[in-house]
Design a protein around this ligand. Structure first.
Ligand code: ASP
Ligand code: MG
Length: 412
């Protein structure tokens, strides 16, 4: 039997008792004959606590020191989990990112993994040890400690599964899988048994917090067999795979939402070849992730460009634009907060026309005004006032036949 990578999120290792429970699950997997590499997050909300402590000192901590601080969270949980295994007579060895050979690019706070030198992990596995790797962290070529971005432990797990050619990668969390919508917002939401990499990537990117988008990207690229399941139940979770069996008769697999969206409008920018490139290169260089982009220009010398960013990035976006006002040559910047993005995702869209039209109709009937729209082959997103987010998500979930009861009717 082969190697399995298991990743346990913050809630799953939130208390000593839970760490002991996780240890039992690992031991069970090992007893079934597998080698096990484990990735863990920091305990409970401890990363938030660390962020908060830094904020009490300064609103602009240096990125390097932030990484130094945040990586300690995972160092606590790997050591405690290793002890819990050892206490049960199981050989276990904890490793920080650098000990595990996880090399990242030289960016603090959101570094990407460049390569993993798995020699040390393999050595420990050969000795019969369970290897426990700190999630969310790595080291640059020059020896600086980095983090992969919030939620990045999922990516650590998938990247390890890919480089160790694991049989599968199991992401253990506090929900039983991937849902058709956030069950806290839509009580009729259902667990999906299968979903394709592309759909999952859209959902994860759209703010369905269950998986780090880069983890899905990596799993797709290296065809890692990936599952999301609960550490508190034995119920089978959701499988994320290349060719997911389509849920019966449904065009849409899920409705996602992101409640922290801001809109920026750059007014009266000179309308030349290269205008958009200059604007968005400036933002990209500052590592600002731009989402929906709208430009409409007529045969005039000036153009207006609107785009959305996460609410968190708004102050920095405005700051960067202000700093580059002369270079970019615009007249004024307008911004709007308190927005949300609701999206419908489904591979079935590719072959079914009229899905966007239906979405607009449902939102109109629910009295939801639409501020921006963007589409991909398998997704339609609308930016709306965040006060109407819940109504919008619920209406779409029902209208596209995703409600638990609707499903029963479709199947019957
Ligand atoms: N502890 C980190 C965070 O909260 C990484 C993770 O949990 O994936 O973002
Ligand atoms: Mg997570």
């Amino acid at each position: 039997m082969g190697l399995i990578v298991q990743k346990f999120g913050g809630t799953s290792v939130g208390t000593i008792e839970r760490i002991q429970h996780v240890a039992e699950r690992i031991i069970q997997t090992q007893q079934e004959g597998h080698d096990v590499v484990v990735v863990v997050s920091a305990m409970g909300k401890s990363t938030d606590v660390l962020v908060d402590m830094a904020k009490q000192i300064t609103s602009t901590p240096s990125d390097r020191e932030m990484d130094m601080l945040l990586t300690t969270g995972e160092q606590v949980s790997i050591a405690l989990l290793a002890m819990a295994l050892q206490q049960n007579g199981v050989a276990a060895s904890s490793m920080t990112g650098w000990q595990a050979g996880i090399e990242t690019e030289a960016v603090h706070g959101r570094a990407r993994i460049k390569a993993i030198n798995t020699a040390e992990i393999k050595k420990q596995l050969e000795k019969g040890s369970v290897v426990i790797v700190a999630g969310f962290q790595g080291v640059t070529e020059s020896g600086e400690i980095t983090t992969l971005g919030r939620g990045g432990s999922d990516t650590t797990a998938v990247a390890l599964a890919a480089s160790l050619k694991a049989e599968s990668c199991e992401i253990y969390t506090d929900v039983i899988g991937v849902y058709t919508a956030d069950p806290r917002m839509v009580p009729q939401a259902r667990k999906l048994h299968h979903i394709s990499f592309d759909e999952m990537l859209e959902l994860a990117t759209l703010g369905a917090g269950v998986l780090h988008p880069r983890a899905v990207e990596c799993a797709k690229k290296f065809n890692v067999k990936l599952t999301v399941r609960s550490s508190f139940s034995d119920e089978e979770g959701t499988w994320i795979e290349e060719d997911a069996k389509m849920e019966q008769g449904l065009i849409i697999s899920g409705v996602a939402h992101d409640n922290h969206v801001a809109k920026v409008t750059v007014k009266n920018m000179s309308n030349q070849i290269g205008t958009l490139a200059a604007l968005f290169t400036t933002l990209a260089d500052a590592h600002i992730n731009v989402d929906v982009i709208i430009q409409s220009s007529y045969e005039t010398a000036l153009t207006n460009i609107s785009f959305s960013v996460s609410a968190e990035d708004l102050p920095r976006t405005l700051e960067i634009l202000e700093l580059n006002k002369e270079k970019l040559g615009y007249e004024e910047i307008l911004s709007e907060e308190g927005l949300a993005k609701v999206s419908i995702v489904g591979a079935g869209m590719v072959t079914n026309p009229g899905v966007a039209a239906n979405m607009f109709k449902v939102l109109a009937e629910a009295n939801v005004s639409i501020k921006m729209v963007s589409t991909s082959e398998i997704k339609v997103s609308c930016v709306i006032p965040s006060s109407l987010c819940k109504v919008a998500v619920q209406s779409l979930h029902t209208a596209f036949g995703l409600d638990a009861t609707e499903k029963a009717i479709v199947q019957g």
